[in-house]
Design a protein around this ligand. Sequence first.
Ligand SMILES: [Zn+2]
Length: 290
Amino acid sequence: MIIAIDVGGTKIAAALLDGTEIIERREIPSVIHQDFTLLPETVISLVKDWREQASAVAVACTGQVTPTEVKFLSISTEAILPLKALLSDALSLPVSIINDAAAAAWAEYAIGGHTDVDTLVYITVSTGIGGGMIQNGNLVTSNDGFSAHLGHVSVQQPHQHTQYCVCGRQNCVEAIASGTAIARQASEILGTDVSCKEVFNDHLDNPLIKKLLDRCADSVIDLIANIKAITGTESIVIGGSVGLAAPFQALIAQKVVNLPNIYSVKISQPVMKANADLIGAALYLRELNL
Ligand SMILES: [Zn+2]
């Protein structure tokens, strides 16, 4: 059996898996924004009683995930943890770590029913924007853990709506169309603080909010076209709380057909739901033959 762990910004989930079947699952609030140095001991105490039953540990983690470390650059440039060594020493088991969106992408590719493709891109449009790319049957990764942070692909914006991204560039799609960015821009328009959820629930009739969401959808369409040019993928899966919001989905569906023919791509929703990161991490561990 495999111990799978999913470290997110708000929660940490763990499961004992037999293949893709969840035998037992646990969930606790995340500690990374409170004090990221608590992460290793928190995770170890969450799963250590499963150690005897497991042959390996598969971790999906938010942030920049290298083959051995995780970096939380949104927290601090010093926020680097050698998570693989810390967990394998404490649990005496082989450990693999991948980015959480990459894990979700792998789950979608491996068991999401996309049997006719060997290249697939998964985009999650949520609090932030992340992604995972499978090219010719392989998950695209990089030693610095920056691939595939699709939220930091820069897209077109009208000059008066230039957005500055935390990464240091302008008009990254995450700075325009993520839940955080939508809430920030909508709060400016409405003159009062609103969450992204409130924008979708209460303000869709406001013409200025309509224009904002239209611009956000255009930026995601630009991202889709850029991804198409880089990967040639025939299939893009869009998930996340914003990506799956019905009004946003409708805008994407309406606009994607207007791209020039060479950019044509099938857009679908993820088949894998709540446990995609856990199952994807466990499935990807198999590929590594640890
Ligand atoms: Zn950026």
